[in-house]
Write a protein that binds this ligand. Structure first.
Ligand SMILES: *[C@@H]1O[C@H](CO)[C@@H](O)[C@H](O)[C@H]1NC(C)=O
Ligand SMILES: *[C@@H]1O[C@H](CO)[C@@H](O)[C@H](O)[C@H]1NC(C)=O
Ligand SMILES: *[C@@H]1O[C@H](CO)[C@@H](O)[C@H](O)[C@H]1NC(C)=O
Ligand SMILES: *[C@@H]1O[C@H](CO)[C@@H](O)[C@H](O)[C@H]1NC(C)=O
Ligand SMILES: [Ca+2]
Ligand SMILES: [Ca+2]
Ligand SMILES: [Ca+2]
Length: 335
């Protein structure tokens, strides 16, 4: 009876049920040590067993509940053990119960709500208030560009909402844990972003942007996606970027590159803005040690060249006015 201490009304209902001699079916048919697996509509942490049953009663699609007493964890299922026999399993610490065995009046104002099959009825519990509202009960099929749903797997977890794991389709680069959580408002919460266009080399990824921006804006755009304007720290990295990004992805779409090497460049993350002739990388603040300057550069032409670009035709560097608009490459460290 501890369960109902905050509810005079319920206490009354249950007392009367008990006093008329026959145990209420709900109590007599609890299946201790059992659980219906993989038929969950939604799960709830920190709720009482009775609240779990009520959640089922106010959700048209719900047929049964699993309750884990140790963690006050509730799962409401869209099938029962008859219709999903093979998913009815032993589960230490769990209690299984079917909706039919509980009095409909427990749903309060929601008893005759007629919500849609994919909705749940919200009402003020344990009151005589007749107001209710039909809201989405289930997240449906998750959809987001680049997610490969054939790889999703469900994860059992005590204490959090239902969640599944997914990964990105081929050609996309994955950020985040891959976790998708169905929230109680019926919307998926994604911890996965699948982005096109990144290429990986060791534990760094790079992405070319062909839209023309000045150096500062290019830097801002990289930072807006948790990346930074590329920092080239070795001859190997320069060669890789030149071959695998610039030559493969940039030159083919820049048809004017043959006319002039100066019209065909990408910003990289170095500048001598704070102190003339001392070039530093903008993200790490390291002084630039490895360099690949083009003939006679850096020349600080007209006293106004503080930012470094890579010449797409040769892979060599030039200092140029930071106001010039050109493409750029962002870099990101993995983990
Ligand atoms: C289980 O679900 C089926 C279909 O919804 C229903 O007909 C049946 O009465 C439910 N309960 C039991 C105990 O079979
Ligand atoms: C479930 O438990 C019953 C008895 O408690 C036992 O006979 C059965 O083998 C168990 N099944 C599984 C899959 O563990
Ligand atoms: C809920 O079901 C109705 C019809 O039954 C449908 O029109 C609606 O799109 C569904 N909503 C969601 C979120 O799936
Ligand atoms: C190269 O850029 C200059 C200005 O920087 C412009 O006048 C010229 O037309 C460009 N050439 C080509 C082939 O795009
Ligand atoms: Ca780097
Ligand atoms: Ca300069
Ligand atoms: Ca120059």
């Amino acid at each position: 009876m501890l369960l109902f201490q905050n509810s005079n009304w319920l206490f009354l209902v249950i007392s009367c049920v008990l006093c008329d001699g026959s145990l209420q079916p709900g109590f007599s048919k609890l299946q201790y040590g059992h659980r219906l697996d993989r038929k969950v509509i939604q799960s709830f942490a920190e709720v009482s067993f009775l609240d779990c049953v009520i959640e089922c009663l106010v959700t048209p699609r719900c047929k049964s509940v699993n309750y884990f007493k140790g963690a006050n964890f509730c799962e409401i299922n869209y099938e029962n053990k008859t219709t999903a026999e093979t998913n009815y399993e032993n589960g230490t610490g769990w209690v299984y119960s079917e909706k039919e065995h509980w009095p409909k009046e427990l749903a309060g104002a929601c008893e005759n709500a007629n919500c849609l099959i994919n909705q749940t009825c919200k009402h003020k519990r344990y009151t005589q208030d007749k107001a209710f509202d039909c809201v989405p009960s289930d997240c449906g099929i998750p959809f987001k560009t680049g997610i490969d749903l054939s790889t999703t797997k469900r994860e059992d977890a005590i204490g959090i909402h239902r969640r599944i794991h997914a990964s990105c389709s081929d050609g996309y680069f994955q950020f985040g844990s891959g976790q998708l959580i169905c929230q109680s408002n019926g919307e998926w919460k994604y911890d996965i972003v699948c982005e096109e266009g990144w290429v990986q080399s060791e534990n760094h990824i790079y992405r070319l942007f062909t839209e023309k921006k000045n150096w500062e804006s290019a830097k801002d755009q990289c930072e807006s996606i948790d990346a930074y304007l590329v920092e080239i720290e070795s001859s190997e990295e320069n060669t890789w970027i030149y071959h695998d990004i610039v030559q493969q992805h940039f030159l083919p779409i820049m048809n004017h590159c043959t006319h002039s090497k100066w019209n065909c460049t990408v910003w990289i993350g170095g500048s001598d803005q704070s102190r003339e002739s001392q070039f530093i990388w903008s993200k790490s603040k390291n002084i630039i040690t490895f360099t690949k300057w083009f003939l006679d550069n850096p020349d600080n032409y007209k006293g106004n060249e503080d930012c470094i670009e890579m010449l797409a035709i040769t892979g060599e560097w030039n200092d140029r006015s930071c106001d010039y608009n050109t493409g750029f490459i962002c870099e990101k460290n993995l983990n």
